[in-house]
Write a protein that binds this ligand. Structure first.
Ligand code: NAP
Ligand code: GDD
Length: 347
């Protein structure tokens, strides 16, 4: 009998990569997609074309709809549920705090309660996509024991989900685990997140389709890894004999500024900086008049998480998980992919 997985957030970056991984491992994969007025399955269309309705099944649903979640879980009775669904953009969570809490916090409770109400507490393993954003501006480096101090509606909603996952584990003996994942990126990353916005911008500048990129805070630091490594970590978390909470990170941190410099390096441009605050610009070191990065205050957040740096010691020791793809290699891969995509695009 094939194992069955149910993925909330199947159309997202991680959902699409995890689907590929689980299909390779011979799972039957069920994914929940939202109804949308335009196509939202671009990341999984190729999989559906190949595997659709044989080993890969899509179901309409939404984390804000308890009846729908109950019905799906009772019908599919999966062995594993991965809750990767979320309004995942930190800046947007300041504009839509109530919706973010509904989907990112109560959505998790709806899944857990549906598992329990269906009498499947001991049969289904549950993975919750927790986040380093829950740490906020805490210590210099963060691990499973670092106190949480979220700085955004997104981080706060995710903290509820982290705790409710732990509650269902202790109260009902459910196999319910949190992966506390630091930022992870790649070719499937949404276009409005920093890394992808920069690699698309660099690709367009290379192809002479744009003159510059407009960004916000250049000084924040992130522990950026590659999403492919991280979905392997999620899978390992659910295969471990005991449930628990695990940080997945690279143990290295870089500023937004350094990310930009490395991305431009891929097209042989060395970026230099001049000016301060909103007037700062990044320019081509070979031509001081060629401004390639500008700042706009609309990209700043009401609260910022200034420094994220994770320790993945527990995951390494217990799960034998380690990130393989380096920061530079990941950026190169993303820039090359975006050059190819931009070559084909009419925009
Ligand atoms: P993503 O690309 O933004 O994908 C989010 C997924 O959730 C999409 O499939 C989206 O559907 C779906 N979704 C949004 N609202 C929903 C709702 N109300 N009901 C059902 N589905 C909904 O995010 P990601 O980067 O893959 O991240 C996966 C998960 O890990 C998220 O929970 C995120 O918060 C968390 N996380 C991500 C990172 C990271 O660096 N990537 C780090 C830590 C934690 P549409 O395609 O229709 O929008
Ligand atoms: N998105 C964006 N756009 N971010 C910018 C920009 C810009 O134009 N300019 C500067 N930044 C800065 C942000 O202020 C932030 O400090 C950093 O770049 C990274 O921003 P994002 O890529 O939007 O990611 P994030 O760190 O806020 O959140 C991501 O990682 C979390 C894990 O730490 C998301 O994937 C979350 O869902 C995830 O939980």
């Amino acid at each position: 009998m094939k194992k069955k997985a149910l993925i909330f957030g199947v159309t997202g970056q991680d959902g699409s990569l995890l689907t590929r991984l689980l299909l390779k491992k011979n799972y039957e994969v069920h994914g929940v997609k939202r109804r949308s007025s335009s196509f939202n399955t671009g990341r999984i269309d190729d999989i559906f074309k190949k595997e659709g309705n044989k080993t890969f099944f899509l179901h309409f649903g939404d984390l804000t709809d308890a009846l729908n979640i109950q019905a799906l879980i009772a019908k599919i009775k999966p062995n594993e549920i991965y809750n990767l669904g979320a309004q995942s953009h930190v800046k947007v969570s300041f504009d839509t705090p109530e919706y973010t809490a509904n989907a990112d916090a109560i959505g998790t409770l709806r899944i857990l309660e549906s598992i329990r109400a269906a009498g499947l507490s001991k049969k289904i393993k549950f993975y919750q996509a927790s986040t380093s954003e829950m740490f906020g501006n805490s210590k210099k480096s963060q691990n499973e024991n670092t106190p949480f101090h979220p700085e955004s509606p997104y981080g706060t909603a995710k903290l509820f989900s982290y705790w409710i996952t732990r509650n269902y584990r202790s109260a009902y003996g459910m196999f319910a685990s949190n992966g506390i994942l630091f930022n992870h990126e790649g070719e499937y990353r949404g276009e409005t997140f920093l890394t992808r916005k920069v690699t698309i911008g660099v690709a367009r500048i290379f192809l002479r389709k744009s003159k510059y990129i407009t960004l916000g805070n250049l000084n924040a630091k992130r522990d950026w890894g590659d999403a492919q490594d991280y979905v392997e970590g999620m899978y390992k978390i659910l295969q471990h004999k005991n449930s628990g909470d695990f940080v997945l990170a690279t143990g290295k941190t870089y500023s937004v500024r350094q990310f930009i410099e490395n991305a431009f390096d891929c097209i042989n441009i060395k970026i230099k900086w001049r000016g301060k605050g909103l007037n700062e610009v990044g320019y081509d070191s070979k031509n001081t008049k060629r401004v390639l990065v500008k700042i706009d205050k609309k990209y700043f957040r009401p609260n910022e998480v200034n420094h994220l740096l994770g320790s993945y010691r527990k995951a390494k020791k217990i799960l034998k998980w380690e990130p393989k793809i380096t920061f530079k290699k990941m950026i190169k891969k993303m820039v090359l992919n975006d050059i190819n995509l931009q070559k084909k695009s009419n925009l």
